[in-house]
Design a protein around this ligand. Structure first.
Ligand code: NAD
Length: 490
């Protein structure tokens, strides 16, 4: 791993939503802070007939819209735009590629520049792009290819996507993004677990009662309804983001984090392999599928999923699952996962709920106690809370009350919290793969999800309804409450 002096950052799908909303603002912040290699070009590619100036105008407008006002620096925007070039290519038409190849060769030290090919396009285009790059000699290391989810819709199609890319790129050149792994609070979970001593003796089935992972959105499917209907919450969220978070909570300490080693990815893979496979009976008992009907969100009436989509559908917009990690550390500790759209709040968090004290010497007390909890807030405000029981001040005996120690990133560090893409794009340029999903991880995650998806399909049950703006289907509460536990709403 070394920091290159020259880089060509090629964005296929440069006029698309992801490129304009996330990638360009991330590159802007990296450039503003002087983190890009000095000799970096950003080469946007798509089918639209544009020239450099036409694309720069689109990029300028995107930066004005998506970079927060306090970080808008017009001189820095223009500096970035000087690095930006645009090439029209229909990636499915081999005859249209030559201008891109000419642009790539048309620079000083063209052979030494690290080439990053960011495939911000539909997965059906991964094959044609990798093929053209490969047969024309542009896939040789140190070239890198970056792909976004979805990587397949089941195990077989994920393998097919991976095979397509691997035909021309070695695994050491393939960066599969799960942007959750670039979030500061998610990386801080690794630091909290592995740079402190106080948690490790407690981080197992002796002290932990269960773990909850919630990724709740208030938005519906919006203009992505067509795409979403072929995916659903299980494929869109659980197979990647929720399982990645579960891995970071459950993994064993790695020998080294980063440093060009594979330890983190090896340990995450072991967790995925330890997930208890679900039988059809397990799926019936331990999973809930839901779908929103019309309701109210933030005081406004909103349509149900089927009305938004315009036709009947069996796709779920909500999933809750009770999962088990079958290994020495976690035997008997349930991991409750839930995610959904059009819920009553927007939050992504991990809650580790500890066991009750074995004995209560305060049993004559007044007030309430709750089990200790560690909450890792991934969004909206990144931070961490430790929930303890404390004595309420006062002379009259012991009156106990739960209180929380609150670490808000925004308050604790007088620094801007970078967007996940900033960290991840810099890692791609540096060649650091730790926060990217390896092929075997993606496939192990699909292998666990597939029996659940198959059973849902064969049972052909309509997902359970929940009104938009609610906390999800009633069955998702039953799933956890029948175990004598409840979802923690912080
Ligand atoms: P988009 O539809 O907004 O953009 C697609 C881009 O591909 C456009 O620039 C279009 O011109 C280009 N394109 C399409 N066909 C082409 C062709 N034949 N030749 C050259 N260019 C062509 O899509 P998006 O939302 O930006 O998403 C891009 C990828 O990232 C998809 O795989 C998506 O699933 C994934 N993704 C997107 C987001 C997001 O927030 N938008 C989040 C996660 C994953």
């Amino acid at each position: 791993m070394h920091f290159p002096e020259a880089c060509d950052f090629v964005v296929f799908g440069g006029t698309g939503d992801l490129a304009l909303r996330k990638l360009l603002p991330a590159l802007y912040h990296c450039d503003l802070e002087g983190r890009l290699p000095a000799d970096t070009r950003v080469i946007a590619v798509s089918r639209s007939e544009l020239d450099d100036d036409g694309y720069r105008a689109e990029a300028r407008a995107a930066l004005a819209e998506h970079v927060a006002a306090e970080f808008q620096d017009l001189a820095a925007v223009e500096r970035l735009l000087e690095r930006v070039h645009y090439v029209t290519v229909d990636v499915q038409d081999p005859g249209s590629w030559q201008p891109l190849f000419d642009t790539l060769k048309d620079r000083e030290n063209a052979d030494e520049a690290v080439r990053v090919f960011y495939l911000s396009v539909a997965p059906s285009l991964f094959g044609p792009i990798c093929h053209e790059l490969g047969v024309n000699g542009f896939a040789e290391a140190p070239a890198r290819v970056v792909v976004e989810k979805p990587i397949g819709t089941d195990l077989a199609s994920a393998k097919a996507v991976n095979n397509t890319i691997s035909e021309f790129f070695d695994e050491s050149q393939i960066f599969r993004i799960d942007h959750y792994l670039g979030k500061e609070s998610v990386q801080n979970l690794l630091v909290t677990r592995f740079a402190n001593t106080f948690l490790e003796p407690l981080w197992n089935s002796h002290s932990i009662d269960h773990v909850q992972i919630t990724v709740a959105e208030t938005l519906g499917t919006g203009n992505r309804a067509g795409y979403y209907d072929r995916s659903g919450a299980m494929r869109d969220m659980v197979q990647n983001h929720l399982l990645q978070l579960l891995c970071l909570v459950a993994m064993e300490p790695p020998i080294e984090i980063g440093g060009g080693r594979e330890d983190v990815r090896d340990e995450k893979l072991k967790v995925l392999q330890a997930l208890k496979p679900m039988t059809p009976a397990d799926v019936d008992r331990d999973t809930v599928r839901g779908r929103y009907t019309s309701g109210w969100v933030a005081g406004k009436p909103v349509e149900g999923y089927v009305e938004e989509l315009g036709h009947e559908s069996m796709t779920e917009t909500f999933v809750a699952i009770k999962a088990e990690v079958q290994n020495w550390r976690w035997a008997g500790v349930p991991f409750y996962l839930r995610t959904g759209k059009r819920l009553d709040r927007r939050v992504s968090e991990i809650v580790v709920v500890f066991k009750n004290a074995p004995y209560d010497p305060f049993r004559q007390r007044e007030g309430v106690t709750e089990p200790n909890r560690l909450t890792i807030r991934v969004q909206p405000e990144e931070g961490m809370q430790i929930h303890l029981n404390a004595k309420e001040p006062g002379p009259g005996g012991y009156r106990l009350k739960p209180v929380s120690l609150d670490l808000s990133y925004a308050n604790a560090f007088d620094k801007r919290s970078p967007d996940a893409y900033e960290r991840l794009l810099m890692d791609v340029i540096r060649g650091n793969m730790t926060l990217f999903m390896r092929r075997d991880e993606v496939e192990a995650a699909w292998a666990w999800c597939e029996p659940i998806l198959k059973h849902w399909e064969s049972a052909a049950l309509t997902p359970k309804s929940y009104p938009a703006g609610s906390a999800g289907p009633t069955a998702s509460f039953t799933l956890i409450e029948r175990d004598g536990r409840s979802w923690q709403e912080s």
